[in-house]
Design a protein around this ligand. Structure first.
Ligand code: PAF
Length: 281
């Protein structure tokens, strides 16, 4: 496995590749969820490169940029064991050579300032900007992302389409613990009791999916679920049923919905989602 620790090394390596390349962008602290992205990438291209970069541009003031778990040597070991071809670990100066404040930004309008974007100003601009830059640096044929960050995935799809980037974006279903809890680097912040409690999020998503088979009273379903989660000890940021393509308000005519939840347990903010086929349409 090649270790590409800066942009110059990546470019040199990339110029030598004659077969198809898949990119799996990550911020490290890899778990089974990331490894399932790598497996998918290996099915779709000859050569797989994983980037590990804790992107300062997508963290807001007071968020966990400094304390975000960094486990580079374990990550490299796991990726090497999977037969990954290269790991790209750029420096901040490779990604933001003129500094963060001067950086040209990529913003996908309409979808970036709702849901998780509503109370994390600039977060999705940070994500879209770094992913756009990683696409330009790595020049992959395909790029693989988890459906767990569903809003992020849709933003990246739209950005890729809007900027005519020659990359096929592939989404991979969320990897879960037995309890249903979606795997996430931030689960490490949960204590044992919170970890058990956290499974209620997936339970709630499934309950909502079931209710959507019976009624399209979206507001009533959302309110009831929010009450249930609050009763179970969560501080709920949102429970939202949305059109699964553009994440706008749902209508009974949509083909597919996605139910999205963001809720806090103590200081840990958890997100999860479930796609639902509209059986009424
Ligand atoms: O999902 C993540 O880990 C990050 O948001 C990403 C896509 C690697 C961009 O920094």
């Amino acid at each position: 496995m090649r270790l590409l620790t800066n942009l110059a090394r990546l470019r040199q390596w990339r110029a030598q590749q004659s077969r198809s390349v898949a990119l799996v962008p990550t911020m490290g602290n890899l778990h089974q969820g990331h490894l399932s992205l790598v497996k998918k990438a290996q099915q779709h291209a000859d050569v797989v490169v994983v980037s590990i970069f804790v992107n300062p541009m997508q963290f807001g003031a007071g968020e966990d940029l400094e304390s975000y778990p960094r486990t580079l040597s374990d990550d490299k070991e796991a990726l090497s064991a999977m037969g990954v071809n290269a790991v790209f670990t750029p420096q901040v100066s490779d990604i933001y050579p003129r500094g963060l404040a001067a950086q040209t930004q990529v913003t996908v309008p309409g979808i970036s300032d709702i849901l998780c974007g509503a109370d994390r100003a600039g977060h999705f601009t940070g994500v879209a900007t770094v992913v756009c830059k990683l696409f330009n640096m790595v020049q992959p044929d395909v790029a693989v992302f988890g459906e767990k960050d569903f809003q992020q995935l849709q933003i990246i799809r739209l950005m890729t389409q809007d900027l005519s980037l020659p990359v096929t974006v592939i989404g991979v279903p969320t990897a879960r613990e037995k309890s249903g809890l979606a795997l996430s680097s931030r689960n490490g912040y949960l204590n044992a009791e919170q970890r058990q409690q956290a499974a209620a999020i997936y339970q709630t998503l499934q309950d909502i999916a079931e209710r959507l088979n019976a009624t399209t009273d979206f507001k009533a379903i959302e309110s009831k679920a929010e009450e249930a989660l609050t009763g179970a000890g969560f501080k709920v940021d949102y429970v939202a049923i949305r059109n699964a393509d553009d994440l706008q308000k749902p209508t009974p005519a949509d083909k597919r919905w996605v139910v999205l939840i963001a809720a806090r347990l103590g200081k840990t903010r958890l997100i999860d989602n479930l796609q639902v086929v509209n059986k009424h349409a």
